[in-house]
Design a protein around this ligand. Structure first.
Ligand SMILES: *[C@@H]1O[C@H](CO)[C@@H](O)[C@H](O)[C@H]1NC(C)=O
Ligand SMILES: *[C@@H]1O[C@H](CO)[C@@H](O)[C@H](O)[C@H]1NC(C)=O
Ligand SMILES: *[C@@H]1O[C@H](CO)[C@@H](O)[C@H](O)[C@H]1NC(C)=O
Ligand SMILES: *[C@@H]1O[C@H](CO)[C@@H](O)[C@H](O)[C@H]1NC(C)=O
Ligand SMILES: *[C@@H]1O[C@H](CO)[C@@H](O)[C@H](O)[C@H]1NC(C)=O
Length: 515
């Protein structure tokens, strides 16, 4: 009750800030409030008010509910935005592809974003397209199974193709030069769209785009470990000791009761009334705090990251000599992360059942500040369970997070959230199909595509380094940078390698446009 009250106070103050109290900060690498790119925190004091920004329009187009079975005539309204502020009527068109969350005004109108600076420079018409099954773009009125089966990457790629065709007619573009943009999962869409519908565009920018959609994504934790080690070897060993000690405590009743006290677990583990799954859930949530900081370290994405929510300061907390007990340091680290993110600092949410109540809810949350923000967590889980995989375990053998987050934790979540038929075999087979359908990273080939990745970003290992200079397929590895860092505004003190990366992207765009 008190917890709910604190949550409400926070949400009215900061409007978009707080995550749902029953959810961890991250689910499968995706921030539970706001998604991969639209961090819930304010960005350089930019406020967004849907529909109220001059020069911006928001409309919908009709799309088939099922692009592979159009004969039944079922359609839905897909939402898009048009920003006409930069056009010089040159038939240059930029499309920001959105993904696993509601689209908002922000990514199509905050002028600091890199692609909008280039829109200004090149005089582009700018569009943004919301992904089906997120925000207001709803094939069906809810996200229940089996209707949710039309929520796929394959369908989304065809939606983009339909969209470009319709805009060409509607805006009367003559020999238009479209360039798609996207970061994270939408980066994948941008990359695959370029490869598979190359006639629609002249080029693509695909930032931090995973192409090797692997099922057991233990490599994520390997990168986190490596980044901690590169930052400060004492930090790496403090995390190792803390997780060793915590795993040890989780093995006995008396140890479990100590974990209650360390983290003020809510609800606490009760003697004789918890399962291994509850313990896995505790560790998965704990690990997700470390994931979140590393994934966005040194990014210019929000006031929090610019203000110091980064791996260096995380290591400061984990090596704080004034706090002798390493597990207490973990608790302090979590409190610091919550505080930096504008989330309530308080009891550690520890109810698997409460989390699942939210994730099983098939109703879109129209009452949220950004309608569909909570439902997007279920949508992201569906994309992963049904196609993408990327279940972020600690299954890689000896590692600093120990054997704490197993694959079956996520498999069970998938089955419980959607349907008994969504079992390990289904999840594995669909994941392999997705990989083969698009060639994985080894087979990814396209012309005129830039593929930037930050080397501190745990996702970068699923990207591609395939290079084809003749056909302008250009991967970029950005030292010391994180997830989608090339997309955000420049800020003082950012990783130095970003400057050259942005220059390369800029020059490629210029080339795509024939300039
Ligand atoms: C368009 O430009 C006007 C005037 O500079 C500005 O107030 C408005 O916010 C801009 N809109 C977008 C969508 O960029
Ligand atoms: C055991 O935990 C469940 C929730 O996990 C709860 O509903 C139930 O009341 C608990 N039982 C006891 C005896 O505390
Ligand atoms: C852990 O943090 C919570 C605040 O969220 C605090 O109430 C609790 O006392 C802390 N535990 C320790 C051991 O310091
Ligand atoms: C499901 O979500 C809807 C919309 O947010 C909400 O009104 C409803 O209370 C939720 N149901 C449960 C069981 O939590
Ligand atoms: C690409 O190359 C960089 C080294 O420049 C490496 O760190 C990174 O892991 C490679 N990415 C992939 C997907 O192999």
């Amino acid at each position: 009750m008190l917890y709910t009250l604190i949550f409400l106070l926070f949400s009215t103050n900061l409007v978009l800030s707080a995550r749902h109290p029953a959810l961890p900060p991250f689910l499968l690498g995706r921030p539970t409030a706001g998604g991969f790119l639209r961090h819930a925190d304010k960005l350089h004091n930019f406020e967004e008010f849907d529909g109220a920004i001059a020069g911006l329009t928001q409309k919908t187009i009709q799309q088939p509910v099922d692009n592979f079975q159009t004969s039944n005539g079922e359609t839905y309204e897909q939402r898009y935005w048009y920003n006409g502020n930069y056009t010089q009527n040159k038939n240059i068109v930029f499309l920001m592809i959105q993904g696993e969350g509601p689209a908002t005004d922000r990514w199509v109108s905050y002028p600091g974003y890199q692609y909008l600076q280039w829109a200004k420079e090149f005089g582009a018409d700018v569009f943004q397209l919301e992904h089906r099954c997120f925000g207001q773009s709803r094939p069906y009125k809810d996200t229940s199974f089996p209707g949710i089966k039309v929520c796929t990457m394959e369908q989304a790629l065809r939606d983009i193709h339909n969209f470009i065709g319709k805009m060409n007619t509607q805006y009367n573009f003559k020999n238009p030069k479209w360039i798609t943009f996207g970061g994270s999962y939408p980066g994948t869409l941008s990359a695959l769209f370029r490869a598979e519908f190359s006639g629609d565009t002249v080029g693509a920018v695909a930032s931090s785009a995973p192409l090797q959609w692997t099922l057991d994504f233990f490599q994520y934790a390997q990168v986190v470990e490596s980044v901690l080690r590169q930052t400060d070897v004492n930090c790496w060993s403090a995390v190792n000791t803390a997780f060793t000690n915590m795993q040890q405590l989780s093995l006995s009743e008396t140890g479990i009761l100590k974990l209650n006290d360390y983290f003020q677990l809510s609800p606490p583990f009760q003697t004789g009334n918890y399962t291994q799954r509850d313990i896995d859930n505790f560790f998965a949530n704990l690990y997700s705090f470390f994931q979140g900081v590393v994934q966005y370290t040194y990014d210019g994405r929000s006031d929090a990251t610019i203000g110091g929510l980064n791996v260096k300061n995380l290591c400061g907390k984990m090596t704080d000599a004034t706090v002798p007990d390493v597990i207490t340091r973990v608790n302090n680290t979590i409190n610091w992360i919550n505080q930096m993110n504008g989330d309530p600092v308080g009891p550690f949410q520890n109810s698997y059942d409460d989390m699942m109540t939210v994730l099983k809810n098939v109703t879109f949350d129209d009452e949220s500040a950004v309608p569909g923000d909570i439902a997007a967590n279920r949508g992201w889980m569906w994309l992963c369970c049904n196609e993408l995989g990327v279940l972020q375990t600690t299954d890689q053998g000896r590692n600093i997070f120990q054997q704490t987050v197993p694959l079956n934790y996520f498999i069970d979540m998938c089955t419980e959230m959607f349907d008994p038929s969504v079992d390990i075999k289904y999840i594995r087979d669909k994941n392999i199909q997705t990989l083969y359908a698009h060639g994985g990273n080894a087979g990814y080939q396209a012309t005129n595509v830039v593929l930037p990745n930050g080397l501190f970003d745990p996702w970068h290992v699923l990207g591609t380094n395939n290079t084809d200079s003749v056909n302008h397929m250009t991967p970029i590895s950005i030292s010391g940078a994180a997830h989608c860092s090339d997309m955000y505004p420049v800020y003082d003190g950012e990783p130095v390698a970003l400057k050259a990366a942005r220059q390369t992207i800029h020059d490629e765009i210029k080339y795509f446009l024939g300039l």
